[in-house]
Design a protein around this ligand. Structure first.
Ligand code: KG4
Ligand code: ZN
Length: 357
């Protein structure tokens, strides 16, 4: 029998529900984005997020079943993101999943959102071109609005995934968003900066390079963001002109260069033959191009899932949950947590790292 699992995702600003087979085939994948709701604030407002999840979770679930041509009662289990994320937002999904699993008498499993992202290259969407799934072990660069880290992934379970290094401060997507806000470009910042950078010259603006040391897999983007801020203080905010495009290109080049350099080095050092890009920042055109060139030059295969698999979605949660269910795992109690369960490198003197992923 092929397991079919219902996945629910409400950890940040997307309400998602999806029906996915254990082999990765996506039967339906519904995402209700809150981007417009949070846009005026330049970032996610936790209280608004929880309320919107509460409004949307039921319609999204109903839609996911309808699009798959199934009843919710036909699924073999329910998987839900229980960490990391905004507590109030996570709670909405977890309560919905608990209620459904109880009413439908189906097994329930909690999923770490980061594991979902790392397994996203295994998803197969109908009518969407998907690269062949990676083979274990692989190294993955997860770069999103809430998280930027490198992982070695040996299998689908939490204990077979190891963090090789993470950002000490801002996530890459967060840096894109903050710089865009600084330049009056709106939210989310990544897509706009990506577009403007295409017509800019990255070498005309003098900005710092963020932590390019070859011996570390840690990242830091907040210094670069501050440097852009100082540039604006000195020169004024550029209008919609070539200077703006050059500034965007300079900023993006520095972020991409750092991400690609460390990701490829990590794959080489770990002796794996596949590098995966995951998270919303994997949509970045320059990141994809440069990662492909750098990986290919070293005989490493680059796997970039389609955009809808990279950004927050419930299909990756359903897939990760299906792997747990297939191993016979069940959760009787589900605790939510703002932190990931993946083992992390500990750093003295640093506060809790950002929980959003
Ligand atoms: O994974 P995601 O949908 O949400 C979480 O943060 O969990 O990622 C959203 C992030 C935002 O910070 C957005 O600015 C960034 O991904 N992003 C991009 C691009 N498209 C989205 N960053 C750079 N270039 C892009 N084309
Ligand atoms: Zn995410």
């Amino acid at each position: 029998m092929t397991l079919i699992v219902l996945g629910i995702e409400t950890s940040c600003d997307e309400t998602g529900a999806a029906l996915v087979r254990v082999d990765g085939e996506v039967l339906s994948d519904v995402v209700q984005s809150q981007v417009k709701l949070h846009a005026p604030y330049g970032g996610v407002v936790p209280e608004l997020a929880s309320r919107d999840h509460l409004r949307n979770v039921e319609p999204v679930l109903v839609e996911a079943a309808a699009r798959a041509g199934m009843k919710l009662g036909d699924v073999d289990g329910v998987a839900v993101t229980c960490r990391p994320g905004l507590s109030g937002a996570l709670l909405v999904g977890v309560q919905a999943a608990r209620g459904l699993a109880w009413a439908l008498e189906k097994p329930l499993v909690g999923v770490d959102h980061l594991v979902g992202h790392l397994l996203s290259p295994f998803l197969r969407f109908a009518n969407v071109e998907c690269p062949a799934a990676p083979e274990y072990p692989f190294v993955a660069l997860l770069a999103s609005g809430g998280h930027t880290a490198l992982y070695r992934v040996d299998a689908s379970s939490v204990d077979a995934i190891r963090e090789l290094g993470a950002t000490r401060d801002d996530a890459a997507g967060e840096a894109f968003d903050k710089v865009a806000k600084l330049l009056g470009l709106g939210y989310p910042g990544g897509p706009v900066i990506d577009r403007l950078a295409k017509e800019g010259n990255p070498d005309t603006v003098d900005l710092i390079w963020p932590m390019r040391q070859k011996n570390s897999f840690e990242f830091s983007f907040s210094g670069l963001k501050t440097d852009v801020m100082r540039w604006v203080e000195r020169n004024g905010r550029p209008g919609n002109d070539q200077t703006l495009r050059d500034l965007c290109a300079g900023f993006q080049r520095r972020v991409v260069d750092t991400l690609v350099g460390k990701a490829v080095l990590a794959a080489e050092r770990e002796g794996v033959r596949t590098l995966v890009l995951a998270g919303g920042v994997a949509a970045n055109r320059e990141l994809r191009e440069r990662a492909l060139a750098a990986a290919t030059a070293r005989g490493i295969r680059l796997v970039v899932p389609p955009f809808r698999a990279c950004t927050d979605n419930a299909a990756m949660i359903a897939y990760a949950g299906a792997q747990r269910l297939a191993r016979g795992e069940r959760d009787t109690e589900l605790e939510i947590s703002p932190n990931t369960a993946l083992p992390r490198v500990t750093r003295k003197g640093r506060g809790e790292r950002t929980a959003r992923a």
